[in-house]
Design a protein around this ligand. Structure first.
Ligand code: E4P
Length: 221
């Protein structure tokens, strides 16, 4: 499963890119607004962090398909790394179909059911983004939706990729990986938690202590 970071904060993106575990970043209007900076400037700075193999997701904010297509064309001009996020709605899928014909890569976001994912794939989306955390937050089965989407795409031999989103905890990352999702985008805090386990820290300390004791014993001989 390929990992992306779910933030528009360039310091967090740079830190995690340097850690070697992410292949890109996902943004949305809320994440962009949280940084309080101009959209294009933020996206261009994020693009500069990554190498050519990366994926940077930037969301269209229009709600009419023609305007979404225009936005997507402008975003796509920034870099081949750009994937344009389009919200799951009738106008959105019209835009996805048009953009697919132009070779512009799209991710249909705010997906909450396998039926929505199926329609998005049918429209030509390169990615669908089921929101696991928001489903779990209303007592629905976010993982179950991801599993069903993965099963459907596999049964249909679909080329559309599943980008799991709205992930809050490491266990959700583990579960969607088990379900077979190709991509997961993880917020900075949850990504940091994925690195950490108390036994790892404890084990490193023990190894270092024992190594230091040995060096002292050798030096004292
Ligand atoms: C992808 O970038 C999604 O927009 C994001 O994961 C949504 O996360 P949230 O449900 O915590 O807002």
């Amino acid at each position: 499963m390929k990992i992306l970071i779910d933030t528009a904060n360039v310091e967090q993106i740079r830190e995690m890119y340097d850690s070697g575990v992410i292949c890109g970043a996902t943004t949305n209007p809320t994440l962009i607004a949280r940084e309080g900076r101009e959209f294009g400037e933020t996206i261009r700075e994020i693009l500069d962090i990554f190498g050519d193999e990366a994926l940077v997701f930037a969301e269209a904010v229009s709600l009419e398909s023609g305007k979404m297509v225009e936005e997507a064309r402008e975003l796509a001009k920034l870099s081949p790394k750009i994937v344009v996020k389009i919200p799951m709605c009738r106008e959105g899928l019209k835009a996805v179909r048009a953009l697919s014909r132009e070779g512009i890569s799209t991710a249909v976001t705010l997906v909450f059911s396998p039926a929505q994912a199926l329609l998005a794939a049918s429209a030509g989306a390169a990615f669908v983004a089921p929101f696991v955390g928001r489903l779990d937050d209303i007592g629905a089965d976010g993982l179950g939706v991801v599993k069903d989407i993965c099963d459907i795409f596999k049964a249909q031999n679909s080329s559309t990729q599943v980008l799991c989103a709205s992930l809050k905890q490491p266990y959700q990352v583990e579960q969607v990986a088990k379900a077979g999702a190709g991509y997961a985008t993880i917020p900075y805090g949850a990504l940091k938690m994925c690195f950490e386990h108390p036994l790892s820290a404890q084990g490193i300390d023990m190894f270092m202590d024992d190594w230091a004791k040995l060096q002292k014993e050798i030096a004292d001989k």
